[in-house]
Design a protein around this ligand. Structure first.
Ligand code: GMT
Length: 387
């Protein structure tokens, strides 16, 4: 198949999933065209069968806000036509599904490209429910030839809020490459982050308020009172300063190691003892899965799709949002008992590699593409006049 993939190219789970999916599909013989404003951060350069098309928004002075969605639609149209794409697969509904719908309309029935939208999270739970975006999200979802959601939770939210028939959404979970993540896959440079005898507690995110970074610090402060440890934080974002202030207030500011945004996180996970993800909501929690795949138990909240990833009591612990005492207690239970840590580490790696391996999940996308291609195309609203 010839597939166009569009995603947010910056740091974020949806961009990571899209990039890794494209690479895996190319390895299985498909021709993959990424269409975005920048090279996706997890997409290696020079992969056979993978092409990147940069969207140029131009610089016309009248455009105080350059119309990216239109420039994206124009690029999707051009790539689909020239490269004879079968499918446009967009990750995150807004604005990607809308741009893809425009491109499909422009192509008309002469080149009936199909549109698959993967819903990732806040495109449904936050942005898509904002007054200004709700109608266009609903429209773009309805105009997709196929819809996937990364968890049962996100499917339920979409059905409930956007009244999409449940049978129109296929749940395809996020995945990890078992070759890239594993407890023994990377030489561990722990001594770059922690001193001998200290535990390495890890958090990776975009530090937005939904990640509750101050809760990460509060949980860590309780842990550090009982066991020697450091909190390693990879990523950056708006909550960083508040988290630093909270750490200083709790007297553990010296124990925080900020690494900034990181392209490659597998090496970091391989060094960690515990991963913290106390988010307010999480449709899936890709970072929790990557931690588990690396043999790192997870302390997280029991919200959204996280219970579909982390098995409470087996691969980590889940607590209510804001229950930092409970999450710290869970963390200490694992850190104080080496046998328990090893059991959980092994179970985490096994669950991640068995249930969420790319070898298992990527064929689910291929199967879904075939299903979508076998259906009658959604008729174009406008017919081309040049035919
Ligand atoms: O929806 C977002 O907030 C952004 C998105 C991203 O690009 O990282 O995150 C969502 O998609 C990820 C990949 O499917 C999921 O692992 C995250 O749980 C999800 N984030 C939220 O639901 C907050």
């Amino acid at each position: 198949m010839k597939i166009g993939i569009t995603c947010y190219p910056t740091y974020g789970g949806s961009g990571a999933v899209a990039a890794e999916l494209g690479v895996k599909l190319a390895a299985r013989g498909h021709e993959i065209h990424f269409i975005s404003y920048a090279h996706p951060f997890r997409l290696p350069h020079f992969v056979e069968g993978v092409f990147f098309h940069e969207v140029d928004v131009g610089r016309y002075p009248l455009f105080e806000y350059p119309p990216y969605s239109l420039a994206l639609a124009a690029e999707m149209h051009e790539v689909a036509e020239k490269r004879e794409l079968d499918l446009l697969h967009v990750h995150y509904a807004i604005p990607h599904a809308t741009s893809a719908w425009i491109a499909r309309e422009m192509l008309g029935s002469e080149h009936p490209v199909r549109l698959v939208t993967t819903l990732h999270g806040t495109d449904i739970t936050l942005v898509g429910q904002e007054r200004s975006f709700e109608a266009i999200t609903r429209f773009s979802i309805a105009k997709s030839d196929g819809l996937t959601a990364v968890s049962e939770y996100l499917k339920r939210e979409t059905v409930q809020h956007f009244h999409v028939p449940a049978e129109d959404i296929r749940v395809i979970p996020n995945f990890v490459d078992p070759e890239a993540y594993g407890s023994d896959h990377h030489p561990c440079h722990r001594d770059r982050f922690v001193n001998p005898g200290e535990r390495m507690i890890l958090h990776i995110s975009n530090f937005r308020s939904v990640k509750r970074l101050t809760d990460v610090v509060r949980i860590f402060a309780r842990i550090a009172k009982e066991v020697p440890a450091r909190l390693v934080l990879a990523g950056d974002g708006p909550e960083r300063h508040e988290a630093e202030n909270e750490a200083d207030r709790l007297g553990c500011g010296e124990r925080l190691v900020f690494l900034g945004k990181q392209d490659s996180v597998a090496e970091l996970f391989a060094c960690a003892d515990l991963f913290l993800l106390p988010s307010a909501t999480e449709s899936f929690g890709l970072s929790a899965l990557e931690a588990m795949a690396s043999g790192v138990p997870v302390i997280a909240t029991d919200v959204g799709g996280l219970p579909e990833v982390v098995i409470h009591g087996t691969t980590g612990f889940l607590s209510p949002v804001g229950d930092t005492e409970g999450m710290a207690a869970g963390a200490l239970e694992i850190l104080r008992d080496d046998v328990r840590w090893k059991e959980m580490s092994r179970a985490a790696e096994q669950v991640a590699h068995e249930r969420f391996s790319s070898d298992r999940v990527v064929p689910m996308y291929e199967d879904y593409y075939r299903h979508v291609l076998s259906k009658a195309p959604v008729p174009a609203t406008i017919e081309r006049r040049d035919s």
